[in-house]
Ligand binder design. Sequence first.
Ligand code: NAD
Length: 326
Amino acid sequence: MKVSIIGAGMVGSSIAYATMIKGVAREISIVDINGDLAEGQALDLSHGAPYVHPVRIKGGNDYSLTKNSDVVVITAGRAQKPGETRLQLLKSNAKIISSIVESCLKYSENPIILMVSNPVDVLTWVAWKKSGLPRERIIGSGTTLDTARLRQNIADHCKLDPRSVHAYIIGEHGDSEIASWSTANVGGVPIKEFCNGCLAKGCERDKVFERIFENTRDAAYKIIEKKGATYYGIGLAVARILETIAGDHHSVLTVSSVHEEFRGMRDVPFSVPSVLGKKGIERILPLKLSDDELKGLENSAKVIKAAIESILENREPRAESPRDGK
Ligand code: NAD
């Protein structure tokens, strides 16, 4: 598989690093407006190839490097500043993404486009609109990272292997995202039942769930405050998405895609567990949500829709997300 990564910054280079270690691409091209950076990253990474898997890595500022890509991963754009919401990044990144999609499609006819730049859901929609590609080939990394954070936080609390925790963050990759506690389970045991043992010892389950969710939702703010950016987690999350596409694994991941219809809203992208294979999104799974969770998901879709409308109407996005601007 040939993967092109647009944006050679912290996120793009971490994705390249994780992808080459997993051995899911035979060719990786890295393109950045800063050609020296892309070339430097490619050279540095390529020197690790003898210790992992055979892979050809090239970098520069010329889009011809992306010729015949199976997947184009877009990480270019401005990173989130401390205290800045993802939606505030919207305007500047939407323009950048449109021009990148146009350039990539000159060299690859029918690639899968995998959006990582923030705000990822809105930019997934921008890529879908701009590219004219079918919806199943436009994927946002969505809440794959948030879902990993939730599983890890539950695993830490319950002293478990996070791979045995099946729990999802759905909706926006951002402040309005929600945890689908009603479907969460540990090895097939619903999480609320799994907690019974600890409840007997006085654990306040609902408060613990709330704290775990808040730590999950706010993780990026905390990391950005401490080290300026987040990149290793997303690097591994995107490599996992690429792995299921390359191997046609039909894995279930909470990626973002442009939904035809949801509760009267058309063409709104958000994340729900989806089956992924070599053709892109194969199936969206019907989660059995509680009434409150369904309301939360609807609110999240509305936040994204409002941001998309702000692009269409050329005005600042409305701060509809409960924590926008904080
Ligand atoms: P960064 O500043 O380190 O890298 C961005 C790169 O994009 C820079 O090298 C810059 O030169 C390049 N760039 C800018 N405009 C370009 C253009 N027109 N064409 C080509 N390259 C261009 O930022 P980062 O930390 O790597 O973050 C990148 C993006 O990923 C941000 O939008 C960030 O918010 C997002 N992100 C998403 C997730 C997620 O879960 N989806 C997680 C972390 C970061």
